[in-house]
Design a protein around this ligand. Structure first.
Ligand code: VG1
Ligand code: CO
Length: 542
């Protein structure tokens, strides 16, 4: 019943910031998925008879890939797989299920915020027993294995019915098709004051949640509309589609522009929110006020004690390095540590497991806490709703008061997408060459104080991760960060993160791009972006 299939390695099966992501057509090649999944299993030990959680964001090729993973899990000797009904599990829900059912790990089929459909992207990610993305030593081992693989093992069996809840078998392995929402919704109910949020909605509070035709639709509909009493129609684009309706499921100011426009209009609801392909990102917009993800993290950290799940206070905060320093100021006031990690949620796992941090965030619309080991889009929305339900102020007012108390970190990210890889590598190499000579130089009137290439020393396991982004600090409390994306599938994407701290409340109401105009100009000329990659303007500004 178990077939051993001879194969040869594929180039480039190296997991990036969050799993292996490639074009669908790459994954559709014979043996491609199988090689990678076998490389995962070959890198793990002790899973005989254990449980593996499987689910995805519903994008094109999700069901096909799940059938392969199920049959290979049976051949590898797992005792049980728990699969989200219809092949659906959001990334945070998968993390929740792994933890609650003490699974050995999980395989998540998703390319997250990348475009879907037949001509879009697909992805596979392995999560470990704490529910979080595999740490680097595991993803490194998977990649090494993928370069040497000669055969894979797969059970010969018909497709499993992914749509009917309940238990079947493939060989000796139990296949348990589970409700993708239930465990997750129950966990949310333990963290937040659902009665207070119900009262908020009952008082006429209006919101729009844009699920972007991606995985969060069923979760948001069940929790916001059916449990918390938000008006029917609060959730839009709530049915997961294989091609995300032809849209890019990335909740930012470009791809969720209609939501942004609504919130800036005369008939804006009180709150607008959106999430990404696999449901781990969130965008928060109040009436007339976009909340940057960095500010959202800081405001959540400062207010979390108002909610039942965090009423004892938070042990610490963790943020990725390019995320703004606004959370650091909250940590300082609370007397807790703010950890600075490389980009990617996998670096938060150790801090959360060790109890050093309670809330975490990234500037890329990612926020979460120790309730799971992934960032969690809907969690962030519920956290905001709970805070709004207790404080009974508007989003804009809460943000304004926060800045008045802590100062404002003006912040923007400029992305240059799909540029020539060699040119982007050259730009980064040149920046690294200049690290020693930059301090003291004056560029368009701004003086460089120091510059480095960020390296992270994990305080829990002692591991060191180098080359995580070039940072240039200026004497006026401003900073520019340059790094290359590790999630793209075409060419390279250069990300430039631009930030300046503004303590003066009289200067807290400027438009971000103009408040940062001088720094933005320096960010472009310093590495000669136009000369090196031929782009005058970024493709996405957030
Ligand atoms: C991007 C973001 C990063 C995030 C990652 C995965 O990575 O910058 O903060 O953790 O996507 O998010 P990169 O390497 O492209 O900058 V998700 O929602 O796509 O899993
Ligand atoms: Co995502």
């Amino acid at each position: 019943m178990i077939r051993v299939v001879a194969t040869t390695p594929f180039d480039g099966q190296k997991p990036g910031t969050s799993g292996l992501r490639k074009k669908v057509s790459v994954f559709q090649q014979p043996h491609y998925v199988e090689n990678f999944v076998q490389s995962i299993f070959d890198s793990l030990e002790g899973f005989e008879g254990e449980t593996l959680v499987i689910g995805g964001d519903g994008r094109f090729y999700n069901r096909e890939a799940i059938q392969i993973v199920v049959r290979m899990a049976a051949a590898a000797g797992f005792g049980r797989v728990m699969v989200g009904q219809g092949g659906i599990l959001s990334t945070p829900a998968a993390s929740c299920v792994i933890r609650k059912h003490e699974a050995f790990g999980g395989i998540i089929l998703s390319a997250s915020h990348n475009p879907g459909g037949e001509h879009g992207d697909f992805g596979i990610k392995y999560n470990v027993g704490n529910g979080g993305p595999a740490p680097e030593h595991v993803t490194d081992a998977i990649f090494e294995r993928s370069k040497a693989i000669r055969e894979y093992r797969i059970f010969d069996a018909p497709d499993v019915d992914l749509d009917t809840l309940g238990i079947t078998r493939v060989g000796d392995m139990v296949v348990d098709i589970v409700d993708p929402v239930e465990d997750y919704a129950e966990l949310m109910g333990t963290l937040f004051d659902f009665d207070a949020i119900r009262d908020l909605f009952a008082s006429g509070f209006a919101m729009r949640f844009d699920a972007m035709s991606a995985v969060t639709g069923p979760y948001a509909t069940a929790i916001l509309e059916e449990t918390l009493g938000a008006e029917a129609g609060t959730v839009v684009h709530g049915v997961p589609l294989p091609d995300f309706g032809g849209h890019h499921p990335d909740p930012n100011l470009v791809h969720a522009k209609s939501l942004y426009d609504l919130l800036m209009s005369d008939h804006a609801p009180d709150l607008g929110a959106a999430s990404d392909g696999d449901g781990d990102r969130n965008m928060i917009i109040g009436r007339g006020r976009f909340v940057t993800p960095s500010d959202s993290l800081a405001i959540i950290a400062a207010n979390a004690h108002l909610t039942p799940g965090y009423k004892a206070g938070i042990a610490g905060i963790a943020r990725s390095m390019p995320t703004s320093g606004s959370a650091d100021r909250v940590a300082e006031k609370l007397g807790v540590t703010c950890y600075e990690t490389p980009t990617g949620w996998k670096f938060f796992g150790n801090l959360l497991d060790a109890g050093l941090a309670t809330v975490c965030g990234e500037e890329s619309f990612g926020t979460g806490s120790n309730h799971v080991r992934e960032k969690d889009g809907l969690w962030a929305v519920l956290m905001w709703l709970n805070i709004l339900a207790i404080r009974r102020q508007g989003v804009d007012e809460i943000v304004g008061e926060h800045w008045a108390a802590y100062g404002r970190n003006y912040y923007t990210r400029h992305d240059y997408e799909e540029v020539d890889s060699a040119a982007a590598d050259g730009l980064m190499a040149e920046l690294r060459n200049r690290l020693d000579t930059l301090p003291g130089t004056v560029i368009q009137g701004l003086t460089v104080e120091r510059a480095d290439d960020f390296a992270y020393h994990d305080p829990v396991d002692g591991s060191v991760t180098t080359r995580q982004g070039v940072r240039v600090f200026f004497t006026d409390q401003s900073r520019i960060v340059y790094r290359l994306s590790g999630t793209g599938t075409a060419g390279a994407t250069l990300r430039v993160y631009i930030e300046r701290f503004e303590p003066d409340p009289a200067r807290h109401d400027l438009e971000t791009q103009s408040a940062l105009a001088d720094l933005i100009s320096v960010a472009r000329v310093l590495p000669d972006i136009e000369g090196r990659i031929g782009r005058k303007e970024p493709s996405v500004i957030t």
